[in-house]
Design a protein around this ligand. Structure first.
Ligand code: AMP
Length: 188
């Protein structure tokens, strides 16, 4: 099993690079943000709860996220591995992911940290908001999401460094060069 955590701030290119990784390595993809947006679109109870957090730029509570993640993970059949995009975002989520995979005799193979300077992230997210119409891609919410990233999510770098599976990727520059660096880190 090739289980990959793709990591980075909002706007670092996780979604774009995940699509390319999925295609090349034939993996299943879990984007927790996409899962939540689908729930909102379908008007489910989970969607209603999620929306109140997403619109504020805050994270959905860990327990809820961990349950969602496990049910999506267990829905895959004959999987060659999974790319986790947007999860984990907190230390308790990383611990829960480790436990969940251990219970299934698996583990995270590599954690890819896509690093992009803050002013570039801001630029990209504002531009994306103009195209995607995502309610949380407005300047005020973007600032909150970046603050939440620094406070709650960035500490995961140390968590995965201790696990010995952390790989830094320069996320600024040409798409194909970034993808080549990612492939080299995966195949190492
Ligand atoms: P994303 O599309 O990954 O940027 O996620 C959009 C929003 O969904 C985030 O700002 C959070 O409110 C929520 N979200 C997505 N993934 C998670 C997660 N793993 N834990 C908590 N909240 C999440």
């Amino acid at each position: 099993m090739l289980n990959i955590v793709i990591f980075g701030a909002p706007g670092s290119g996780k979604g774009t690079q995940s699509e390319k990784i999925v295609e090349k390595y034939q993996l299943n993809h879990i984007s927790t943000g996409d899962v939540l947006r689908a729930e909102i679109k379908n008007g489910t109870e989970l969607g209603k709860t999620a929306k109140s957090y997403i619109d504020q730029g805050q994270l959905i509570p860990d327990e809820l996220m961990v349950n969602i993640l496990a049910s999506v993970f267990d829905s895959f059949e004959d999987s060659k591995g999974v790319i986790f995009d947007g999860f984990p975002r907190t230390i308790p989520q990383a611990e829960a992911l480790k436990r969940m995979l251990q219970e299934r005799n698996q583990g995270v193979s590599v954690m890819l940290d896509l690093e992009v300077p803050e002013d570039e992230l801001m630029d990209r997210l504002i531009k994306r908001g103009q195209i995607s119409g995502r309610a949380d891609d407005n300047e005020e919410t973007i600032k909150k999401r970046l603050a939440v990233y620094h406070e709650q999510t960035a500490p995961l770098k140390d968590f995965y460094k201790k696990e010995g599976i952390y790989r830094h990727i320069n996320g600024l520059g040409e798409l194909e060069r970034i993808f080549a660096d990612i492939c080299a880190a995966i195949e190492e």
